[in-house]
Design a protein around this ligand. Structure first.
Ligand code: AVI
Length: 327
């Protein structure tokens, strides 16, 4: 990869077959005693568009607050990283947020490679192309595959120190086991000079959390219901969306927002492609997502359990959201 280019380059680095099996996952999740659906299936084309809308909602403070922290503190974050850095973003590169890190790097070094590791191609959006036009010193590489494979690819292909960013509170959708697996991979693949930047939504008043996940325009409701529409589209199901209602509730015991779809009546739903009938009682729910909220201390202790040391915290003045810079 030599020379500068103002096009996004995509490299497929999937080492093992990552086959998402919608049918099997849905069958298992909807026939269990407590019905659920894996939240990763929110993100088909419609789901991604709805999530974009969520990020701009007045109640969904997460994106706004994290972006403001990055805007104000990116230079300080980069100052704490080694020079001649490359930037790695886990998940779809949201160029609005990465822009601030990129700008701060380029204020300090002549050129920068920005890697976005994402399971689906095209993670680097049009915004990245815009950045490439603005900054000829920038090179953008989309690594298509799982995080672990992407990080391991970079260990052998990129010799410069890296700042690995995992933004947007995506870690909030991980179970504790997911976090343990994720931190273990990170520890294996990061070198001592690398740093990790983690965006975490902090624990706060339940009313504010519930509003963020049940907005007044009903966009989050549409996002949640879209998972049923997806099963209608892709698995020949006959969910009547008007007979399910979105519910977002804060579960104090588990410190998480839970999203559910509540059946408004007794009903039977056919999932044609699976040859399956699912019965719902009135009031029964499908649990579709958990969004864990952490105190600073809890997240730091989880990181310490996995051998990570927090170098610096960057929070907004109201302590709604925190970026942890970790080594
Ligand atoms: C992607 N993830 C961090 C979002 C969240 O806040 O947990 C997903 C989301 N679900 C409903 N609104 C947003």
């Amino acid at each position: 990869m030599s020379g500068l280019s103002n096009e996004v380059r995509y490299v497929s680095i999937t080492l093992r077959e990552v086959q998402e099996n919608l049918g099997l996952d849905v069958q298992q999740a909807l026939t269990a005693p407590i019905k659920s659906l894996p939240c990763k299936y929110f993100y088909d084309q419609q789901g991604m568009a709805l999530f974009e809308q969520i990020c701009g909602l007045p109640e969904y403070y997460l994106t706004r607050v994290e972006t403001a922290i990055l805007k104000n503190r990116a230079a300080q974050i980069i100052e704490r990283c080694p020079s001649d850095l490359s930037l790695v973003e886990l998940g779809s590169g949201s160029s609005t947020k990465s822009r601030f890190l990129i700008e701060s790097c380029l204020a300090r070094q002549k050129a920068l490679t920005y890697y976005a590791i994402d399971i689906s191609p095209g993670g680097l959006d049009n915004g990245a192309r815009q950045l490439l036009q603005e900054y000829p010193q920038l090179r953008a590489v989309g690594l298509v595959g799982e995080f672990a494979d992407g990080l391991s690819y970079l260990s052998t292909h990129a010799r410069e120190p890296r700042l690995v960013a995992f933004l947007g509170s995506t870690i909030g959708n991980f179970t504790e086991e997911d976090i343990a697996r994720f931190f273990t991979v990170l520890r294996q693949e990061l070198r001592p000079e690398d740093q990790f930047l983690l965006g975490v939504d902090l624990l706060k008043a339940p009313a504010m959390l519930e509003a963020a996940y049940d907005d007044s325009q009903g966009i989050t409701a549409q996002f949640n219901l879209n998972i049923l529409a997806r099963l209608n589209r892709e698995l020949g199901a006959d969910f009547d969306l008007a007979t399910f209602r979105h519910r977002a509730v804060f579960n104090r015991e588990h410190s998480r927002i839970e999203m559910h779809l509540v059946s408004l009546r007794d009903q039977r739903v056919r999932i044609g492609d699976l040859g399956l009938d699912i019965d719902f009682r009135q009031g029964e729910t499908i649990h579709t997502e958990n969004c864990y909220k952490y105190s600073r201390a809890r997240m730091e202790s989880l990181m310490a359990d996995h051998g990570f040391h927090v170098l610096c915290r960057f929070a907004d003045p109201h302590e709604q959201f925190c970026l942890f810079l970790v080594s």
